[in-house]
Design a protein around this ligand. Sequence first.
Ligand SMILES: [Ca+2]
Ligand SMILES: [Ca+2]
Ligand SMILES: [Ca+2]
Ligand SMILES: [Ca+2]
Length: 551
Amino acid sequence: MKKRFIVIGSILALWALLLLPLVIPRDTKAPEPVATPAITNDEFSQTPPETTQQQATPSPVVPPPPPENKPAPIVPNSPKQTAIRETVEDEKIYYALQTANDPGYATSWALQSMNAPTAWNIATGDGSTVVAVIDTGFALSHDDLAASWHENSGETGFTTIGSNCWTGTPANKSTNNCDDDANGYVDDWRGWNFSAGDNNPAAGRTNQTGHAVAHGTEAAGLVGAQGNNSTGIATINWNTKIMPLQALSDDGSGFSSDVAAAIYYAVDNGASVINLSLGGVEYDPITETATNYAYENNVVVIAAAGNCGTGNEDGCESVGAGFIGYPARNPQVIAVGASTQSDARASFGSYGSALDVTAPGSGTISSPTWTAANQTSLYSGALYGTSFASPYVASLASLIKSIRPDSSVEDVTALILGTARKPSSMSGQPYTLQLGHGIIDAAKALTVASSLNITAELPDLLQAGGAKSEHTYSTNQSFGSGCKTETANTYCTVWMKQESTGYDRYLPYTNSALGAQTGWTWNTSMLGSGTWDIRAAQGDLTTTPYTISNK
Ligand SMILES: [Ca+2]
Ligand SMILES: [Ca+2]
Ligand SMILES: [Ca+2]
Ligand SMILES: [Ca+2]
């Protein structure tokens, strides 16, 4: 136990700066077309209202409480959640990822950085997609979120004769203390609180001044605050539904089993995208199994890479500069780093081979927030952390899903990574360890997604040296790859996958003239070591792999 305490202590310190929700081992008992941008009437593009000035001065980062002070998890009001808990012997701890709040103003630089206004000429969302936000609690009555929550139709309305919970008189399904839809959760009409084990995922139920009490609200706002409603902010998708799943306490930590149970809940109850602005530093088979389950069921999982950019952040000493945490580094998860207004990697943002893409996560980013005194109309004006980059990617994923509802995880991943904008610091490379595939580009992603809806065909893979080369590469070697389609004005990409790590690399999705070859010269430094499968891809159509190994 003593050793465990040391490990947990260091984890706690590490994630303190990140404000990333943490999972606690249970045995600790802590338990292309450029058009005029669409105009919204939201205030994001204007001088922020007074309410956005809530955090006018930097607030020091308050570390999460030691796990031994965290109350043991209560018995959930859910046989399904209880069953999941009982299968987990070695609980890890996850923390909310966020850094200190610095002073700032709400501006639209982040949306401009991601080319969101141009994307809105193609789509603004139609309310058809559900994104599960697994985080701390939520401001359920916030003006800019109240219309965004996903409601479970199986637990709303009244019971009727023959229904699962009929007692002889009609009863409100959301309050009848009965599992009307027999999904293993009682009265889960609007998400679930895995931290408390009940149906109320509201912020501030146990500690109204907890340092992560607003984290869930802020992440949810960047996923799906209502757009074009004359209120607050807008994000990439104006109309998506958020499934509020609390798995972390107001203090920003939570158990493996609760994070895993929330992932299973999301997959089994209609989410097509999951946002995880949380992380820990220990490999965790419990949450890896859960994220694999999401992948197998065609649910896109997006996670904050972590905030160990310099390695000097509080608690990052044990893992070093750049360390990307779990579950972000799990296979099939899109790991998101944070960029600044000048298109640089945020100094605190984790980076490295597991990084997939970056999005704005440092500076004057505004989102709905929560305090005990104002739970309905307050906005934070200065959010820092990969916790706030990940939700933008989740919002983009949901917008892609709204026009390509049958997209596979690989398809959505390719559309996000293969269309990312390459800042000049990437020197023309399709991938760097600092920024991954670059900064997400909502307009390009929606443009390619729209094209693939019209035409999808199996492209040809073009490989330098041809298929007769020796299938090997050396470090820092120049390679050429490309793809070719037989249809004019359509897009293809080249996809490289390392099965042993789950890492993905994409050459940029490119529109080629009829029968023209589209090629890219790239440096093998972006692969590092190991064995990689190279395929040409368009949507879900991919060629058989051409395998190369580092020798
Ligand atoms: Ca239920
Ligand atoms: Ca019920
Ligand atoms: Ca709004
Ligand atoms: Ca990944």
